[in-house]
Design a binder for this molecule. Sequence first.
Ligand SMILES: Cc1cc2nc3c(=O)[nH]c(=O)nc-3n(C[C@H](O)[C@H](O)[C@H](O)COP(=O)(O)OP(=O)(O)OC[C@H]3O[C@@H](n4cnc5c(N)ncnc54)[C@H](O)[C@@H]3O)c2cc1C
Length: 501
Amino acid sequence: MKKVVVIGAGIAGLITARMLADYYEEVCVIERDEFPSEPNNRQGVPQSFHPHRVQPRGGLIMEHYFPGYNEELIALGAISSHEEKLVVTNKYGTLVNKEDPSSFKIASSSRALMEWVLRKRIQEISHISFLTNTEVTGLLVSEDKRSITGIYTKERRGEKCEKQFPADMVIDASGRSSKLIRWLEQIGLSVPEPEVLKVSLGYSTRYYKIKSSIPNEFVMSDSDPEQGIRAGIFTRIEDDIAGLILFNAGGEEYPSTQPEEFQEQLKHLFASDKIVKLMERLEPVQGPRGYRISESIRQHFELMEDWPSGLLVLGDAFCSFDPIHGQGITVAAIEAETIGKSLEAQRLHPDPQFERNVLLRMQQAIDPAWWLSSVADLRWRGVEHGGPYELKGVDFAQKYINLFTKKAMKKADQEKDNHLFFMQFLMNALILPPSEYFKADVLDMILNDNGSEEEMELRATLRVQDPELYQQKLDEVIPLFQLDYDEEIKKLLETLQPAMS
Ligand SMILES: Cc1cc2nc3c(=O)[nH]c(=O)nc-3n(C[C@H](O)[C@H](O)[C@H](O)COP(=O)(O)OP(=O)(O)OC[C@H]3O[C@@H](n4cnc5c(N)ncnc54)[C@H](O)[C@@H]3O)c2cc1C
C-alpha cells in the first residue's frame, strides 16, 4: 500500500503513525501546531498541562510499537511504577500497596515528555514524515462519493496557502476538536446522532516541587458523589515535580483555580490527612489551572452504510472519555492495534467492507471503557446520558461496584489481602474482562456482608434470591462486551495471578 495521512500528532496520531509504518510505503502526519524544541506543552493539546498516566494495557501496546519507551522516559527522569507506593483512599478506608498492582512497568511523566519521546522515535523512521503548522480543512472525495482520496490543507503561517493532498487512506486522529462530522456533511453524508454523556466535569491541577528524599507515592483519593466529595490524585513526574489534581463531575461547584481555595479544598478529600501533610513539605510552582468538559461524546460512525472507503478515525475524535478514569490513551492504543491487526488480515483476505468493519471492531474496544466510566460518572447529580442508545445496567452496576469496593477495602485492611482491589483495578485498566468481575460467584461472595445497607441496596436491585439464578440475572443486566482480550493480555493477566489469588 502506498500513502496514508494521519491528521493530528497527539498520542493517538503518534501510535497510529508508528503502526502504519509496517503497512504503508509513505506515512505523513499533518499537525496544526509547530513542535516545541524541548519537551513542552503545545497549544493544540490544551489538556497537556494536566498529568497523563497510561494504563498497563495501553503501555503494553505502546511498548510493542516503541520498544523500551518506558525505560527511555525513566532515564529522562520519569518515575517507574515499580518504585512507587500506591495509596488508595475512599469512604471505606485506605489501602497501601508497595508495588503497582500490575507487574508491568509504567513510567509516570508529564504528557509533554511522553509525546516528546514518542515523536523522536517516529522522526527516526525514514518513511514517516511530519507536516507541521498545517491545518486539515476538508476531505477530497471521489466522483461517486464512495472513497476518500485525500485531504485539503491550509498553512497556518506565511502565505497561508491552501493545497490538496492526495492519499490512499486518511486517518483522523485530531482529538476532541475534530471537524470530521462537518467534513462528512460537506461531501453529502449524514452522520448518526452520537451518544453523549452530559458530564459537566471540572479538573484543577497544581504542581509542586518535591524533594527527591520524599518517597514516591501515587495517591488516589476516590470521590463520593453522594456526599459531594471530590476525587484527588497526587502523582509524581520528572524533574522532582508532583502534580495534584482535584476533580468532580455534575457541574455544581468546580474545583477551584485559586491557590488558597484549592489548598482549602484539599482538606475535604478522603486522603486529606495524607495530602495536607505532604503539602507542608512541598513548594507550589505552577497552577492551579482548570479544565472543564461539558460532554463526553461517543460517535457511531460504524452505523453509516455509506461510510466511504479510504477513511478511518480513532482516539478522542471517535470517542472522548472523562479523563479522571485515565482511559483515553489506552483506548486509542487498542484502536491503533485493531487497525494494525485488520490491515494484516486484509493482506490475506481482502474485505470490501474493510473500513466499516474496522470501525465496528474499534467500537468493541470503546465499549467497556465507555460503560465503566459512564457508570461511575452517573453517580454525580446532574450527569445525564443522552442520545438514541441505551446504557444498560447502570443502577445495578453502581450498587455492585459499591459493595465490591467495600469488601475489597475491608479485605485489604483486615486481612492485608489486596486481590479484590486488584480485580477492580484490572477491569478498569481493560485487562480483566468485565465478565470476570460481574459473575455469579463474585456476586455471591460480596452479598455476604452481614445485611449491611450496601448489601440491602444491591439485593433490592437484584430481585433474585436463589444463587443458582445469579448468572442468568447478570447476563440479563450487564452488557455483553466483545473487546478482544488476546494472548498477550492473557499472559499479562497470568503474571498478575499471584497478586489476584
Ligand atoms: C485534562 C485531561 C487529562 C487527561 N488525562 C489522561 C490520562 O491521565 N490518561 C489517559 O489515558 N488519557 C488522559 N486524557 C485523554 C487524552 O488526552 C486523550 O485521550 C489522548 O491524548 C488521545 O487523544 P488524541 O490523540 O485522539 O487527541 P489529542 O491528544 O487531543 O491530539 C489531537 C492532535 O490533533 C491536532 N489537530 C486537531 N485538529 C487538527 C487539524 N484540523 N489539522 C491538523 N491537526 C489537528 C491537535 O493539534 C493535536 O495535536 C486526558 C484528557 C484531559 C482533557
